[in-house]
Ligand binder design. Structure first.
Ligand SMILES: NC(=O)c1ccc[n+]([C@@H]2O[C@H](COP(=O)([O-])OP(=O)(O)OC[C@H]3O[C@@H](n4cnc5c(N)ncnc54)[C@H](OP(=O)(O)O)[C@@H]3O)[C@@H](O)[C@H]2O)c1
Length: 262
């Protein structure tokens, strides 16, 4: 996908990774639409990048309903959908608030599925499109305290594989981003739970994991869309975790070569 001139919709763009991605796509020549709940933050980012801001709460069915139509009415057809908005609910499952669990699934799983469902018909009609799902290494490797978050990211990664199966032969690409810790508000929230922090410390001490700088993650993600690559896996040293978990999906894909998707 040529990024120059492409309309890129980034959810969860009021701060952290989403804001970084919006800036990186804009720098690469994209026209960005940024979505989150915090109006001032998305409006400032839209002004900075020359893009469009839209306020929506993706935890609510009403916030998700018709969102792509609203974006396209404001800023034209969406070429790239970046499902980045996400929350963590870190702790032991029996201590979790059921309302937090519902919000987690709504934002991390349901919203990417629903926005993708809304955006696909237009992308297929126009013969051009790309969907990026911001998953996590937690989608393949689970640490204590990350039971709910990891399950949601595992669902998102597998959803992306299913999407690829559905889109076989069509000019709509997908990229799943599987990244370890990135310095943002969410990172601070995840390691505030002592057992999770202790588990991460072990991985860091063994040299199996390291933080991924925001700029690096954003540059890799923009390049993956430009080159139509299916995966962003960072840090590189943890590549095998995601690649091994991908093996059954890839074997399935090869087995059904030539089978029509629709
Ligand atoms: N940071 C990491 O270490 C890390 C690692 C792997 C994957 N990820 C993933 O990367 C993505 C971004 O994470 P981050 O670290 O940038 O987190 P963050 O700094 O906490 O930012 C989260 C973003 O999601 C938005 N958001 C939260 N609830 C929302 C809702 N109900 N409706 C709409 N937007 C909502 C927030 O905006 P408002 O609050 O303004 O709505 C904010 O822009 C997430 O999917 C996360 O799971 C993060």
């Amino acid at each position: 996908m040529e990024i120059d001139g492409a309309h890129v919709l980034v959810t969860g763009a009021s701060r952290g990774i989403g804001a970084g991605l919006a800036r990186a796509f804009a720098t690469a020549g994209g026209r960005v639409t940024v979505v989150a709940r915090t109006a001032t933050a998305v409006e400032e980012l839209a002004a900075e990048t020359g893009g469009t801001a839209l306020v929506a709460d993706l935890a609510d069915a009403a916030g998700r309903a018709g969102l792509i139509a609203r974006v396209e009415e404001a800023a034209g057809p969406v070429d790239v959908l970046v499902n980045n908005a996400g929350i963590d609910v870190t702790g032991t499952l029996d201590d979790m608030d059921p309302a937090d669990l519902e919000r987690l699934v709504a934002i991390n799983v349901l919203a990417p599925m629903e926005l993708t469902r809304q955006v696909l018909p237009g992308m297929i009609d126009r013969g051009r499109g790309h969907v990026v799902n911001m998953s996590s290494l937690a989608g393949t490797a689970v640490l204590p305290g990350m039971v709910a978050y990891a399950a949601s990211k595992s669902a998102l990664t597998h959803f992306t594989a299913g999407l690829r199966a559905d889109l076989r032969g069509l000019p709509v690409g997908t990229t799943v981003v599987e990244v370890g810790l990135v310095p943002t508000d969410m990172r601070a929230s995840v390691v505030a739970h002592p057992p999770t922090a202790a588990a991460f410390r072990r991985f860091y001490r063994l040299g199996l994991l390291t933080d991924t700088p925001l700029d690096r993650l954003c540059a890799h993600t923009v390049r993956a869309v430009a080159d139509d690559r299916r995966h962003v896996r960072l840090p590189r040293r943890a590549w095998a975790f995601a690649a091994l978990a991908e093996a059954p999906r890839r074997i399935t894909e090869l087995t059904i070569t030539g089978v029509r998707a629709r």
